[in-house]
Unconditional design. Structure first.
Length: 275
């Protein structure tokens, strides 16, 4: 009976699906996960298409607030350059909205694709992984909208106005295409950056990085965070750079904490496997 229990314990410390897969089987599994994630994104895009006008109004609001503060007597106009632009741009907005809405489905499919190479105990993290990944992605989108957008748009609009003494006026009439492209890229970029703790956690779980390496890299991470903050939030206002850079530093510290929690468990699993 003792031998049987030991065998079960050893099996639980190894990857459950430790079966050699051909490259075509891997590609087939990847295709299946991509199709399921795409279906989730499509359903989310359909919902966003139904509420496309409300979604565009929400996306324009940060720019509109900054515009009214600087040009209270001039209404904001967002133009299109061809008859099909409104349809194409609304479609782009709906697809991006579908990605954001279906983030839990996408992260679940990602976990399902990589889970065959994980230990049995590590597979139990599926719910924390999906919840934390979705929460961090949503936090990144919210941070871009409520923090980065106001600072960025305020600086961009401060460059408008009179040029020289000849009466030339520099004004702005953004197109729907360029505005949606700029804002959605920022939203997705911040959502991706906020996944840093999850990425570091996986690298630590795989033994690629260690908590000691992360600690030694801290000063460089802080330097890179402030450099990236200066790029994301242009302008002389230091508070915007501190806000963005501080968020990046906090994410890195969270990554270090997650690596400290994951690394000992990985070492214990590796020791059981060798034994």
């Amino acid at each position: 009976m003792a031998t049987k229990v030991s065998t079960e314990d050893d099996a639980s410390s190894e990857p459950e699906d430790d079966v050699k897969m051909t490259i075509w089987e891997h590609l087939g599994e990847l295709r299946k996960r991509i199709i399921r994630a795409s279906i989730g994104t499509l359903l989310g895009a359909i919902v966003c298409w139904v509420y496309r006008e409300q979604l565009l109004a929400w996306l324009v609001l940060p720019y509109e607030k900054q515009w009214k503060e600087r040009f209270p007597n001039t209404p904001l106009e967002i133009q299109i350059l061809s008859p099909a632009d409104a349809f194409v741009n609304y479609m782009q907005l709906a697809v991006v909205g579908g990605v954001v809405v279906s983030a839990p489905i996408i992260f679940y499919q990602l976990w399902a694709f990589i889970s065959p190479g994980l230990y049995a105990k590590e597979k139990r993290y599926i719910i924390p992984f999906v919840l934390s990944s979705s929460t961090l992605f949503g936090a990144g989108v919210a941070f871009a909208y409520y923090v980065a957008f106001p600072f960025t748009f305020s600086y961009f609009l401060s460059l408008l106005g009179g040029v020289g003494e000849g009466g030339t006026v520099l004004t702005s009439k953004p197109t729907m295409e360029f505005y949606i492209d700029f804002t959605t890229r920022m939203l997705l970029a911040f959502g991706g950056v906020f996944e840093l703790p999850i990425l570091i956690g996986f690298l630590s779980m795989a033994g690629i990085v260690t908590p000691g390496q992360l600690v030694r890299f801290t000063r460089w991470a802080i330097l890179l965070s402030f450099a990236l903050g200066a790029i994301i939030t242009p302008g002389p206002e230091i508070s915007s750079q501190i806000a963005v850079s501080g968020a990046l530093v906090v994410l890195y510290l969270l990554s270090m904490g997650l690596a400290v929690l994951v690394a000992p468990r990985r070492k214990a699993e590796d020791a059981k496997e060798k034994a």
